[in-house]
Design a protein. Structure first.
Length: 240
């Protein structure tokens, strides 16, 4: 079954908006685990506008499920954070400084040497590595050449197509990408704009999908349904 990793960036955004510690990020993460999530994802950025580097160290002390840290390894501070905290997985994302949210995958051909060196470093410390990619077969093949353990398919285009009534058209490049990854023996994660409406169809059509990372939509749904119920609702979308 595909695992659900909950991205808690938005909870940190709410906390930071007023200062103090409400909501308590650590307690919230532990509750999310208790409600059935298979992992916790954080994406600290250099300006620490949501997840702070200190949060990552504190989370590492208490989490019992898989811990996934996302970020751009061009930042030395990010590399040190990952090596110091030893998460289950690091997901490499080509974000630029000040970028609102992730909006594209790596050019795995142009950046092969950089990715290969970085991936090898993390793997030498026993950390599983996933890299963010668009659903393009050439980029999947390029990812394989870097030595990464997994790829994370960037799913915004699928979500846009699904919401406009073109789900078959939207899923098609992801099926091709997943088939290419399977051919190359690369494991597959996915994330970005997946939600209660489009998640099940995506998961059913992507063979070998190991994990989805969902934050914004899940936290928004939790405002309506409550966090415990929401985590269960998302888990049900991955059970078939």
């Amino acid at each position: 079954m595909t695992k659900l990793s909950v991205n808690i960036n938005k909870l940190a955004t709410i906390r930071n908006a007023r200062g103090g510690n409400n909501p308590d990020l650590i307690s919230s993460a532990l509750n999310i685990e208790r409600y059935g999530a298979d992992g916790i994802t954080v994406h600290p950025r250099p300006d620490e506008r949501h997840i702070r580097y200190a949060d990552v160290y504190e989370l590492k002390k208490v989490l019992t499920t898989e811990f996934n840290i996302e970020g751009n390894p061009a930042e030395q501070k990010f590399i040190e954070l990952v090596l110091n905290t030893q998460p289950t997985q690091v997901t490499l994302v080509p974000d630029e400084a000040g970028q609102l949210t992730s909006n594209h995958g790596w050019n795995t051909i142009k950046n092969r040497d950089f990715l290969t060196e970085t991936i090898s470093l993390f793997q030498s410390h026993g950390i599983r590595v996933s890299i963010f990619v668009d659903p393009i077969p050439e980029m999947i093949a390029g990812a394989k050449a870097t030595g990464t353990n997994r790829i994370e398919l960037y799913t915004e285009s699928y979500a846009v197509a699904y919401n406009s009534g073109k789900k078959e058209e939207g899923i098609s490049p992801f099926i091709l990408a997943a088939n290419k990854a399977a051919e190359l023996e690369l494991e597959i994660n996915a994330g970005h704009d997946l939600d209660l409406h489009n998640l099940s169809y995506f998961a059913k059509n992507i063979p070998g999908l190991k994990e989805v990372s969902i934050g914004h939509a899940l936290v928004c749904d939790a405002i309506v349904y409550g966090m415990e119920n929401t985590v269960s609702m998302y888990k049900r979308q991955l059970t078939f």
